[in-house]
Design a protein around this ligand. Structure first.
Ligand SMILES: [Zn+2]
Length: 299
C-alpha cells in the first residue's frame, strides 16, 4: 500500500479518465444495464429451463449469446459479436484485483436508497432486483440514480488476490448517462435477513421481471456499516464490456450464510468474469475522516 497525498495531479487524472471514458458509454450499455427497460434482451426466454439458464442452449440471437464457460465463456466474449469487441480490446476492464492501492482523501459515499417493491429477474446470468425511481448515491458533486442490483458468485473483484464468496453490484446512472457501480463483498457467515427477503422469491428459471406482491425491500440493508471504499475506473463485467464505469467497492464485506450462497449457485451457477489487468489505472483507497477503519485488502 502506497501512501499518497491527494494532489492536483491525481485529481486531474481521475477527472480526465472519467470524462474521456464516460463519453462512449451511454448508448452501448443501455440494454445490459437498463434491465428494467429491457431486461437482458435475448437472455430471458421464459421457456428456458434450468440447464439452459446456465449453458444458454438454444439461443434466439446467437451473436449476442454469452455465458461463463466453454465456447461462450469470458475468454471468448470479444469474438462472439462485434458489439462485444471491448471485452478483448479494452484496457480499462472489470473486474480487477484490489491490492496495490493508493490512499487518498476522498468524499464519503452518501447512500440514499429508498424502500422499493420487490421486482426480481432471473435473466439467465444473474439474479437482479430492479429498483424504483428516487434512490441515489452521491459522490462529491455527482449524483447517481440506482437502477438495479444483482449478484455474482464467487465475487468478481478480488481483494489481495482472493475472491469472496459473493458480490452484489448496485448499478447507477447519472444524468449524463455515466454508470457508477457500487460493489459489496459477501462472505460466508451469519444468515442475512435482508437477503433472505429476496431469496424467498428467487426465480428458479430464467424469466422476465417478477413483481412480488406485498414485499418491499431496501438495498441499503445489504450495505456494511462502514462505507470506506476502493475506487477505480472500469467497465461492465458482462458483454458488451463498456468502459467508463465508475467503480466503488466497499472494503467491509457483509455476511451471508452458506445456505444462501448455495441457493444462488443452485439456480444461477458460478457467474464471475476473471479479473482483468489494472494496467495504468489508479486504485484509490478512500481515507476520509478520522478513524477510517483499515480492514485492508486481505481476508
Ligand atoms: Zn455485476
Amino acid at each position: 500500500m502506497v501512501d499518497l497525498k491527494i494532489s492536483s495531479t491525481l485529481i486531474a487524472v481521475l477527472v480526465a479518465t472519467t470524462v474521456v471514458s464516460g463519453a462512449s458509454l451511454a448508448s452501448s450499455s443501455s440494454s445490459q444495464i437498463g434491465g428494467k427497460a429491457q431486461p437482458a434482451a435475448g437472455h430471458a426466454k421464459p421457456s428456458a429451463g434450468h440447464a439452459s439458464a446456465k449453458s444458454h442452449a438454444a439461443p434466439s440471437s446467437p451473436k449476442a449469446h454469452w455465458g461463463y464457460s466453454g465456447a461462450e465463456g469470458p475468454a471468448k466474449w470479444g469474438d462472439l459479436s462485434p458489439a462485444y469487441e471491448l471485452c478483448k480490446t479494452g484496457n480499462q476492464q472489470s473486474p480487477v484485483d484490489i491490492s496495490d492501492t493508493q490512499r487518498a482523501s476522498m468524499a464519503a459515499l452518501k447512500v440514499d436508497y429508498k424502500a422499493t417493491p420487490l421486482h426480481v429477474v432471473n435473466n439467465g446470468h444473474t439474479i437482479q432486483v430492479n429498483y424504483g425511481k428516487g434512490s441515489v448515491l452521491r459522490l462529491g458533486h455527482s449524483e447517481y440514480q440506482l437502477l438495479q442490483f444483482h449478484f455474482h458468485s464467487p465475487s468478481e473483484n478480488t481483494a489481495g488476490g482472493k475472491p469472496y464468496d459473493m458480490e452484489v453490484h448496485f448499478v447507477h446512472k447519472d444524468q449524463n448517462g455515466h454508470l457508477g457501480v457500487l460493489g459489496v463483498f459477501m462472505k460466508k457467515g451469519l444468515h442475512n435477513v435482508a437477503l433472505g427477503k429476496i431469496w424467498a422469491h428467487l426465480p428458479t428459471k430464467a424469466h422476465g421481471e417478477m413483481k412480488v406482491k406485498d414485499v418491499v425491500i431496501n438495498g441499503r440493508d445489504l450495505l456494511p456499516d462502514n462505507h470506506d471504499y476502493y475506487r477505480f475506473v472500469g467497465s461492465l463485467t458482462t458483454p458488451p464490456c463498456s468502459e467508463g464505469v465508475q467503480w466503488h467497492v466497499m472494503k467491509t464485506p457483509i455476511e451471508v450464510s452458506g445456505g444462501q450462497i448455495q441457493a444462488f449457485l443452485d439456480i444461477v451457477g458460478k457467474n464471475a468474469r476473471p479479473v482483468q489487468k489494472l494496467g495504468h489505472r489508479l486504485m484509490i483507497d478512500s481515507a476520509h475522516g478520522a478513524g477510517a477503519s483499515g480492514s485492508g485488502a486481505s481476508h
